[in-house]
Design a protein around this ligand. Structure first.
Ligand code: C5P
Length: 222
């Protein structure tokens, strides 16, 4: 129907940070709020898509009209995303922790009087976007994000290639921009066609425009 250009399309979206346990009570995390990813899931659903949102721990509510799966770690997020394949599109917005603690403790780590703190050993997390972008059941349209604090365009272009994405939505998350955790975003869309710079707008507006773009791409690729 009109206004529902994504009717019948299945789309998986990731959002929020991941929490990587150190022990049962402590974790490593980042400042992602989930606002942009949740807004995208919501905007896609409004265009008629059947959306599964795989969300890390956030304090914002589940979007309406979307099936939300809650996860904590990158490993859990990867499993939840892969369980959605095959699907029509994937939009990986989550700020997935690059590293997790190797051999997280089963019990709370106690401080030992007079002893130096135990060093944390880190190990690399799976790259979910890269896995999806190179998957045998790769969705027709794969969108990645790139949160950078410098060389936004160069890093975005490199990511497009390395991760097998059709588009990288790059933004500058330097603290002075207020983007991380804030309500507004200013993005550059990097694709094989070049770079499109969108002006500063709300995260909802970015989401609506991106959802329209995804609808166009899915319509033109059959
Ligand atoms: O390499 P970087 O973390 O900057 O890449 C960002 C993009 O890759 C985002 O789309 C993010 O959701 C995705 N990503 C991922 N799994 C990771 C790291 C990043 O899906 N382990």
């Amino acid at each position: 129907p009109q206004g529902q250009p994504l009717a019948g399309k299945r789309i998986v979206v990731t959002s929020g940070p991941t929490h990587e346990p150190i022990d049962p009570v402590r974790y490593i995390a980042n400042r992602s709020s989930g606002k942009q990813g949740h807004a995208i899931a919501s905007a896609l659903a409004k265009l008629g898509a059947e959306v599964t949102l795989v969300s890390g721990p956030v304090t914002i509510p589940d979007p309406k009209g979307v099936s939300t799966v809650h996860v904590e770690t990158a490993e859990e997020m990867k499993a939840a995303v892969l369980s959605q394949l095959p699907c029509d599109a994937a939009v990986m917005v989550a700020a997935v922790a690059d590293w997790r603690v190797a051999g997280a403790a089963d019990q709370k780590i106690k401080k030992q009087p007079g002893e130096a703190p135990a060093p944390l050993q880190l190990t690399e997390n799976p790259d979910i976007l890269k896995t999806v972008g190179h998957h045998a059941e790769r969705p027709r349209f794969v969108v990645g994000f790139a949160a950078e604090t410098q060389n936004v365009e160069a890093n975005g272009r490199r990511k497009l290639e390395a991760k097998g994405a059709d588009i990288i939505v790059a933004n500058d998350v330097s603290p002075a921009t207020g983007i991380m955790g804030g309500d507004r975003n200013r993005v550059k869309l990097i694709s094989a066609d070049g770079i499109a710079e969108w002006p500063d707008m709300t995260k909802e507006e970015v989401a609506e425009r991106l959802a329209c773009l995804i609808a166009e791409k899915l319509a033109s690729s059959g």
